[in-house]
Design a protein around this ligand. Sequence first.
Ligand SMILES: Nc1ncnc2c1ncn2[C@@H]1O[C@H](COP(=O)(O)OP(=O)(O)OP(=O)(O)O)[C@@H](O)[C@H]1O
Ligand SMILES: Nc1ncnc2c1ncn2[C@@H]1O[C@H](COP(=O)(O)OP(=O)(O)OP(=O)(O)O)[C@@H](O)[C@H]1O
Ligand SMILES: [Mg+2]
Ligand SMILES: [Mg+2]
Lengths: 273, 273
Amino acid sequence: DGRVISLVSRKGGVGKTTSAVNIGAALALSGHTVLIVGVDPQCGVCRSLGVEPTDLSTGLAEIFTGPKALTDLAQASPLRDLFFVSPRIDSLDDEEAFLEMLEAHADDFVREIDQARFLYDTILVDCPPNLGSATRAALMSSDSYLVPVQAEELCRGTVDPLLEFVGDFHRRAFVGQPAPDGNTAGADAERPLRLEGLFLTMANERTRMGRHVAARLAEDFGEELFDTGIPRTTRLSEMALRGKPAVIYDRRSPGSRAYFDLADELVYRFHLE
Amino acid sequence: DGRVISLVSRKGGVGKTTSAVNIGAALALSGHTVLIVGVDPQCGVCRSLGVEPTDLSTGLAEIFTGPKALTDLAQASPLRDLFFVSPRIDSLDDEEAFLEMLEAHADDFVREIDQARFLYDTILVDCPPNLGSATRAALMSSDSYLVPVQAEELCRGTVDPLLEFVGDFHRRAFVGQPAPDGNTAGADAERPLRLEGLFLTMANERTRMGRHVAARLAEDFGEELFDTGIPRTTRLSEMALRGKPAVIYDRRSPGSRAYFDLADELVYRFHLE
Ligand SMILES: Nc1ncnc2c1ncn2[C@@H]1O[C@H](COP(=O)(O)OP(=O)(O)OP(=O)(O)O)[C@@H](O)[C@H]1O
Ligand SMILES: Nc1ncnc2c1ncn2[C@@H]1O[C@H](COP(=O)(O)OP(=O)(O)OP(=O)(O)O)[C@@H](O)[C@H]1O
Ligand SMILES: [Mg+2]
Ligand SMILES: [Mg+2]
């Protein structure tokens, strides 16, 4: 069965979407079948794959409103083994309805993700920069979560609270909570959620700040910090202009190579468990 | 009376907090008395002023739970005429309680902000990267809102939906809505909300992307785009390490000069109205 990993950070603009798309593409280029599910109402996943949300033929909310399964909504990408699903949000009312459905029917979302595990080796879920209903539904459906940490002080300070809050949320959501039918030992109680690890994004060894943040993270998190960091590169920031993952339009650039290495490290860590 | 301006963007990491603090400091250095109110549960404002949220003696939520007014909660900053108020959030339960109070008692928040207008020339509200209860309470209490636009394609695409969604929200929240006592012409119906303007952040004229985004914004938004853009500089990214606004520790650097110019342009536009 496929694995489900969420990209989570409450700090905005740290590279969640850029990483979900490039890790997904790097895995798809190494023989995995990958589905990227964007639950952020800002639709970053489809925008960075060159598709405006209003041009999508289907949207994620259809799993709640119609007969379609998540796997029916998967859109093709420039890579054969990479697919994506995105919200198709066009108004404030759409967004509010979408977030309310994710809150009220999180278990439907989880069931749909579980069904998709039969078709994909890896499912990556791109979350918005908060711990609201979209991120919660994603965490409930995930085996583990990955935390991109931008190599900036303002971001470093948000990591500890995030890990603590996610832990609190998971304990509350699953363990010991009476299931709707009152049976505390329900199947859900067994859904463990693991920290897959942290990885540095927009890393810059040439600045004092970049070195400071990298050193502090290594000190504070040890093994939990991936060896591979993603450098800040202009090539990576241009991805949304090109509408393709960077690992396709420029495989040999430092940013792309780093994402291939990160994907390899992810797979290596899978085998360690 | 003082003016209230919110820094709003759903895209994360675009410079809302960095701008609120530096515009506030630049205004305080030019003779204005300024209060910065952070409503983002991530407490970016206090972190970038060098204070950990858990070290604060008071927190914003006290306006809901105790006898204190917002102005009693104002903390001193390195500048005589600059004060700030921040949430003091230490757990997931705290965060959820804070956001629920902002939703249920938005009118108390608005009343407190209105009281603070008597003490401060300018009140800047730093919002989280979403349109949830914190940003809504901020918009309801504001005269206008400023939108920082990071000079990146992924951010440019989010500006139009943001302006539309804020417009929808405002129409729903105020105009024509029956006030709780059924009187549709309630005082609230008269709370106009204006777009103060957009301004470019992390601008970089040296890259194709930087030039592309700047050109498209100027084309699409004309007068609404401030003449002053904020360059991407290492100095500005180090602000949280130094715990002071950049305009204090390095007034002459390009980043600080840009924030002084932006504050001047803001004041100039005030007089135009
Ligand atoms: N390694 C990198 N080097 C340079 N630019 C990058 C890098 N990673 C991401 N970016 C750029 O930084 C911006 C933020 O990245 P991205 O949107 O992926 O972050 P995010 O965490 O998904 O943001 P949000 O919190 O809004 O969802 C984007 O404009 C992106 O193009
Ligand atoms: N002009 C700039 N040049 C370089 N770095 C900057 C600039 N403005 C902000 N930064 C850095 O970019 C990161 C994002 O900025 P900031 O946290 O102010 O954005 P934000 O919009 O408030 O983020 P969030 O969405 O998480 O609230 C921070 O680490 C900050 O130090
Ligand atoms: Mg994103
Ligand atoms: Mg912020």
